[in-house]
Write a protein that binds this ligand. Sequence first.
Ligand code: SF4
Length: 328
Amino acid sequence: MAEPLVKVVDLKKWFPIRRGLLDTLLSRKKLYVKAVDGVSFEICPKEIFGLAGESGCGKTTTGRCILRLIEPTGGKIFFERKDITSLSSRELKPLRRYMQIIFQDPYESLNPRMTIYDILAEPLRVQRIVEDPSEEEELVHNALEEVELTPPSEFFYRYPHELSGGQRQRVAIARAFILKPKFIVADEPVSMLDVSIRSEILKIMLRERERYETAILFITHDLSLARHMCEKIAIMYLGKIVELGETEKVIQEPLHPYTQALIAAVPIPDPTYKRGKIPIKGEVPNPINLPSGCRFHPRCPHAMKICSEEEPQLIDVDGRLVSCHLYK
Ligand code: SF4
């Protein structure tokens, strides 16, 4: 098996809850939102690894922690076997070239005061990739051409507000790939775009990934999209991975009751897929006050006594990882 490019071990990100004066005076226990609570996985070079789950399950926080855009509370992050968990921003700078991100919102992620040319040239300048202005222009030109914003020179001096959502996301993709990264976090990259242009944008992303042999952590709430894009997938629920395996296997034959419920809830255009009716009760619990034992037990149709008493661990079941007492 290939050496992992990215390895995440027991990653945690807990956000402290602001407390009132009374809580401090009474020395009440500190409370946390455990957005990510002990997540481990590996991504191989060139692999597209999906991280899926409902909003608020911790997938975006996981992606940002891996890139060290936010500081993890615990655990380890390795990039090409190097422990990057506690590197300073100066130490991280040369690695930033190889680790990029495409954000969900193309309206927020581009600096409105910069021209498209400068948005694309900036990473080249920061990383001192180019020697002279003509080389810089050539790289910016090529980057725009690769994402089909042509003729590129017509986009050089435009500002983000002059572009459509789809065009902006193409710029964001060009910016992420201009440094030929080894790893990209793509955080719901098409969820804010019109359905009619999503497949076009995904096609461009896949082509760029092929060209530069980039591994992608593809964050999505959309399982049919994950199925289309990802070789492997991890399903998250309330800060934990509940199932991880090859995407086709997980989607065709989900083992964890939460994965089963998620799949039962989305339209999958596959006549061979056997859909079982799995009811999912109630709302996602309050992340400040997590249920004991298995976090899914208040909503699980298969919950047993042990489920509220003991937290299930991820174990190997039929070649994938599942955390559920049903498979002990
Ligand atoms: Fe359901 Fe129990 Fe499995 Fe949790 S451990 S998913 S409550 S059966």
